[in-house]
Write a protein that binds this ligand. Structure first.
Ligand code: ATP
Ligand code: MG
Length: 228
């Protein structure tokens, strides 16, 4: 049974001195495991903030989030263990090799097969020749591949990615998008990407467009099945 993230009547606003910034009001959204979503919109419209809310990493000003797993509705605190997050700036640990960066989430869970599984994932993202390189010894596209392997290595139900191709040339961006979409599909993970790229957004099955506090949803054609 697919897990779902449900946002009900979510509003987000920030008070800075005398000024109140309202990003959105009374949003209702569902994110279903195995489906792909893109969030688009102008700079400052609240895309990253919405991603942080739906992944449970930040709290809304009002409204509620539910995580429905195996037919049971639970609090957002239990979502944390089932998500992987990919940041635009990768957030890899600089002193660790690619292999140990990817193995880290598994080691933290006490998985004795951490290094073997990390090797398998680095191979899937095309980095088997770079496993002993530290982040500073990798290109931007290679670092993003490590970040994708690290997010997927413990096979989470949902992957969130904030502008995963924002710093890359078009060829590398296409390769990263191929890896991200195909690996999520293979793992039956829900995927939510924030992006300024129409090319990337159009690969998702569902597109949310944020502007002036409004969130509009459109549907895209189903994705072709690709293997990892
Ligand atoms: N913790 C915070 N405190 C105060 N204001 C905030 C906070 N987080 C975000 N904001 C404000 O909310 C607005 C939306 O920020 P957000 O980062 O979600 O935009 P975005 O759509 O992701 O933009 P970009 O495309 O430039 O990344 C911005 O004006 C920002 O200053
Ligand atoms: Mg942003």
């Amino acid at each position: 049974m697919s897990s779902t993230i449900e946002l009900k009547n979510i509003s987000q606003s920030f008070q800075l001195n005398e000024t109140k910034i309202t990003l959105f009001n009374a949003l209702n959204l569902s994110i279903v495991q195995g489906q792909s979503y893109a969030i688009t919109g102008p700079s400052g419209s609240g895309k990253s903030s919405l991603l942080m809310l739906m992944s449970g990493l930040e709290q809304p000003a009002s409204g509620q989030g539910f995580y429905v797993k195996a037919g049971t509705s639970m609090g957002f605190d239990l979502l944390r263990a089932d998500i992987g997050f990919i940041f635009q700036q990768f957030h890899l640990l600089p002193e660790l090799t690619a292999l140990h960066n990817v193995a880290l989430p598994l080691k933290l869970r006490g998985d004795k097969q951490a290094l073997n599984k990390a090797k398998i994932w680095l191979d899937k993202v095309g980095l088997s020749q770079r496993i002993n390189h530290k982040p500073a010894e990798l290109s931007g596209g290679e670092q993003q591949r490590v970040a994708i392997a690290r997010a997927l290595v413990f096979e989470p139900n949902f992957i969130f990615a904030d502008e995963p191709t924002g710093n890359l040339d078009q060829k590398s961006a296409t390769e990263i998008a191929d890896i991200l979409f195909s690996c999520c599909q293979e793992n039956n993970a829900g995927l939510v990407v924030v992006t300024h790229s129409d090319i990337l957004a159009n690969r998702a099955q569902h597109v949310f467009s944020l502007a002036d506090g409004e969130c509009r949803q459109q549907s895209n054609e189903p994705l072709k099945v690709m293997s990892c």
